[in-house]
Design a protein around this ligand. Structure first.
Ligand code: GDP
Length: 522
């Protein structure tokens, strides 16, 4: 008993239960208020506390954001290298700049993580405008911009900050420029000696001192630093190109996955816990809400989404999204991976099996044309799509249902800094999020974003081992939650100052199934 397209609920809940601010002009960003028409799954309800917090935060972004007096003052202080607290009173406006880096999935997770950190610490979020952030996403905050104005920003090379940057929090701790100490009443570094900014290097290669970011004492110290520049991944472009072009390096690079989604780590900071519990009483929906609040496709991308959806997906009774991400190029056309995909969808009864006999079964449950399923595949290559589409054309299904198979693009390989490429990737992620059922590839942030926005816990295709001689068995597993996995968590007990399995501290922060050492909210 499903609703027919367009699915907008009655009365229309275009504000997603109060998650979105009302009254924004719809024309420059049609997706913001039109998305409910295309989404059959209404998703989770945001908590009243989250709604109130977002409205308050929007006010902060307007009051302290670019083109305000407060912003000009903060820029002056940054240029002078002076801590605002040096004048005696704490800064009125504090900032966190999120560096946009790497693939689109990574950029989305990085911005969502930085945003939650900004919410928790009362900071203005500014995103680095490189990598087309402004062309792909609408402005999320009414009456202001979330894009860092590069003109006049006193840290011109901030996008090159790395583990070696002297102003990284880790290096400042190591070189005793800063000291977090344990005594709140008497912080080890007096406010007058605080730097104007600190660079937070939260990346796969982050050092022990950088990981202190996830400790309470350090958060207390950082709360007095007016400007923070945050990088939550640095899986460099060259590494990734290597990965695509040089299969032998894959094992090596596969272990260098990014930090990116740091939200589960924030749940482990005691000072944030109470607030996080109030914001997200359903912890497994944290990214779901953050993403639906922040990321709205710009009109061009929305055109790609909606035209495709209406043409190929809207009229089906069921939409099944299958995201195929081959981290190893030798698996781009592998019969074993094909077998893995089909055995997953058949075993889990996500799609009807094909009957290999030449005659279609007479006892099929559905009369011809009764039920139709549309499969949306996304992948950099067309091979799996062509095989699966061919299979459902060559053969009838055991149930008599019709299955159509679609793949919007096959870009060949990941490309960097190309607008149309990123636009298509964003449109495909979003189309996946509109599916009723999702099959994703483990380890991929592309799939994480789709499942989070869609509010769907996916079936996950196990990452294939290097030397693939058969389909992995079992081919896939049902994920425990729709949350992304934090790939490189810290493993440290801040109080006891010793190693700790951070996947065993809280019942709702657990190890991921796809990346066994990673952490996710459940
Ligand atoms: P991850 O590397 O799988 O974690 O995901 P990212 O989104 O961070 O990086 C992969 C990038 O490769 C994407 O942003 C796209 O540019 C490209 N890409 C990967 N898979 C697909 C796909 O199915 N469709 C399209 N259009 N692009 C893809």
């Amino acid at each position: 008993n499903h609703r027919s397209f367009p699915y907008s609920t009655s009365p229309p809940d275009k504000l997603l239960g109060g998650l979105l601010p009302d009254g924004l002009d719809e024309r420059p960003c049609r997706s913001r208020y039109e998305s409910t028409m295309y989404r059959r799954n209404p998703g989770r309800r945001p908590s009243p506390h989250l709604i109130a917090k977002l409205r308050k935060h929007e006010e902060l972004q307007r009051r302290c954001g670019p083109n305000t007096d407060a912003y000009s003052l903060a820029i002056q202080q940054l240029r002078a290298g002076k801590s605002a607290a040096a004048g005696g009173s704490p800064a009125e406006c504090k900032y966190v700049v999120s560096i946009s880096y790497r693939g689109l999935g990574n950029r989305i997770l990085a911005a969502a993580s930085a945003f939650l950190y900004a919410l928790l610490t009362g900071r203005v979020l500014l995103v680095d405008p490189s990598n087309e952030m402004g062309e792909l996403f609408c402005e999320p905050f009414p009456g202001t911009t979330w894009l860092l104005p590069l003109d006049g920003f006193p840290l011109p090379s901030y996008t090159n900050f790395s583990i070696d940057t002297a102003e990284s929090y880790g290096n400042m701790l190591r070189n005793k420029v800063l000291s977090a100490g344990a005594d709140y009443a008497r912080p080890a570094t007096p406010a007058a000696e605080l730097p104007a900014f600190a660079y937070l290097h939260l990346d796969h290669d982050y050092a022990h001192e950088d990981k202190m970011f996830f400790c309470d004492d350090d958060q207390r110290l950082l709360s007095n630093v007016q400007w923070l520049v945050m990088r939550t991944d640095l899986y460099t472009v060259t590494t990734r190109i290597f990965e695509i072009e040089n299969p032998t390096l894959c094992t090596l690079t596969a272990n260098l996955r990014d930090v990116t989604y740091t939200v589960p780590g924030l749940f482990l900071v005691e000072a944030f816990r109470e607030e996080l519990d109030a914001l997200f009483p359903e912890r497994d929906a944290a990214f779901h809400h953050l993403a639906r609040y922040l990321f709205h496709p710009t009109n061009h991308v929305w055109g790609l989404v909606t035209r495709y959806y209406r043409a190929y997906l809207a009229r089906a009774d069921l939409r099944v999204g299958i995201q195929v991400r081959n981290f190893n190029p030798t698996h781009a056309q592998s019969p074993h991976v094909l077998h893995q995909i089909t055995s997953c969808v058949w075993r889990e009864k996500l799609l009807p099996e094909v009957v290999l006999a030449t005659e279609e079964p007479h006892d099929a449950a559905a009369a011809p044309g009764d039920k139709s399923t549309a499969v949306l595949m996304t992948s950099l290559r067309p091979w799996y799509y062509e095989r699966i589409k061919g299979m459902y054309w060559e053969h009838g299904t055991a149930t008599g249902e019709d299955v159509s198979v679609h793949q919007p693009s096959h870009e060949g390989q990941q490309q960097f800094g190309k607008r149309s490429h990123d636009g298509r990737a964003w449109a495909e992620m979003y189309l996946l999020s509109l599916c009723d059922v999702l099959v994703t590839s483990g380890w991929s942030t592309f799939g994480y974003v789709a499942q989070g926005i869609g509010g769907v816990a996916p079936w996950v295709l196990q990452k294939q081992p290097e030397n693939l001689t058969a389909a992995p068995d079992p081919p896939c597993f049902r994920d425990v939650s729709m949350e992304p996995c934090f790939h490189s968590p810290h493993v440290y007990d801040c109080k006891m100052k010793r190693g700790l399995d951070t996947g065993k501290v809280l019942p709702h922060v657990r190890h991921c199934q796809d990346v066994s050492w990673g952490l996710k909210l459940v």
